[in-house]
Design a protein around this ligand. Structure first.
Ligand code: ATP
Ligand code: MG
Length: 355
């Protein structure tokens, strides 16, 4: 039986347009070979170009236009000349927050043939997932400048992190549920509770309480500084890593750099209750330095499409996509950022051939 899904495509800026187009073509080929699903695309031209014409990144009723979709496939946002906070808050974060996409999932995967600074990564078959709390924490926007302050200190700015018990508990449960689906059933909880005695200790307390409901899942608590070291020194010991908005932001970039390139990293912004559409996007930005040259690595976007298929209930098709990506990198069809000379188009063709 074929299930049909309504997918919003928002390529937005720079290489975003190139990699979303690449992802759509790979999905079309997959759908042709394995007609278990059909995608009905709805294309939106929102982004910095739209901003220059209309003074906003998306129409006022943008979220309403997206609400009925089964998923959102996103490219990248931002362009020189327009401030980052305008482009980011005007589109990407407006969608994340508007649709309460509170769980951000970023797999760290290593690919055959892709040079990694972790020398023997492939022999060790490394892969782990960073689960990022995506709705509160350090990025909650509380604080202000000009707090006066001490004599001689100059301006004082305060930036507060907000952790709610409910917000912490839901991301912990999400991480434990995800661990149960993996070969290695383990959750590593990241904090800085030795130095931050309120929010981080709440995070530890909730972790310990939720863990009791998952006796089959192994647990560990690791301070964020130690976790950075552990990523590099003992990554085979990781499966699901759950961390706050800020900590997971940093750790997941570390993970993608270890895997070889930002251009390979995929992510999902999920509303796990499925009340609203979830959004799937490569981790990288609009890459103005290489945009328009046809050399962007499409793999981050293609693997984000695999996460989208997982979310839509098609894990077997998602696995086929991942295997086709590994066949392409293993055969040496790689873009410049991962040590090759292939174009975006050639990588797409190799992935399609591998399906
Ligand atoms: P943002 O603030 O949106 O994260 P950024 O400027 O920090 O943007 P990117 O736009 O991702 O980061 O670019 C960082 C570097 O990575 C650039 O040198 C860029 O060319 C490279 N890069 C990013 N995405 C890709 C890709 N898909 N393929 C190849 N190189 C990429
Ligand atoms: Mg960046």
């Amino acid at each position: 039986m074929t299930s049909t899904y309504k997918i919003a495509a928002i390529p937005a800026d720079g290489v975003g347009t190139e990699v979303v187009d690449a992802g759509k073509r790979v999905l079309a080929a997959l759908q042709e070979r394995h007609p278990t699903f059909a995608l009905e695309w709805h294309d939106f031209d929102w982004g910095t170009g739209y901003y220059e014409q209309h003074g906003r990144m998306m129409p006022e009723d943008g979220l309403e236009q997206l609400r009925g979709m089964d998923a959102i496939y996103f490219g990248a946002v931002g362009w020189p000349g327009v401030p980052d906070h305008v482009t980011l808050w005007g589109l990407r974060l407006a969608i994340c927050q508007g649709f309460d996409q509170w769980a951000n999932v970023r797999p760290v995967t290593f690919h055959p043939g892709v040079p990694s600074p972790i020398v023997d990564a492939h022999e060790r078959e490394l892969d782990w997932v960073v689960v990022r709390e995506n709705s509160e924490g350090e990025y909650s926007g509380f604080g202000g400048r000009n707090f006066g302050g001490r004599e001689g200190s100059g301006e004082v700015a305060v930036q507060s992190a907000v952790f709610t018990e409910a917000g912490t508990e839901r991301i912990m449960r999400f991480a434990f549920d995800l661990a149960r689906t993996r070969d290695r059933k383990k959750v590593s909880c990241v904090t800085k509770s030795n130095a931050q005695q309120y929010g981080m200790v709440l995070w530890d307390d909730v972790f310990a309480r939720v863990a009791q409901d998952y006796p089959d899942v192994e647990t560990e608590k690791v301070l964020v500084d130690a976790m950075a070291a552990k990523f590099v020194l003992r990554p085979e010991d990781l499966s699901v890593v759950v961390a706050t908005n800020l900590h997971a932001d940093i750790l997941s970039d570390l993970g993608s750099a270890m895997a070889g390139s930002l251009g390979l990293a995929s992510s999902a912004n999920l509303n796990p209750e499925r009340r609203t559409p979830s959004m799937f996007e490569p981790v990288h930005g609009s890459a103005p330095d290489i945009a328009g040259q046809g050399i962007a690595n499409p793999i981050g976007a293609v693997l984000s499409a695999a996460l989208m298929l997982d979310h839509l209930g098609h894990p077997e098709e998602a696995t086929r996509l991942r295997e086709a990506v590994d066949k392409a990198t293993g055969a040496g069809v790689r873009t410049r950022d991962v040590g090759g000379a292939a174009t975006t188009e050639e990588v797409v063709e190799a992935i399609v051939a591998g399906l």
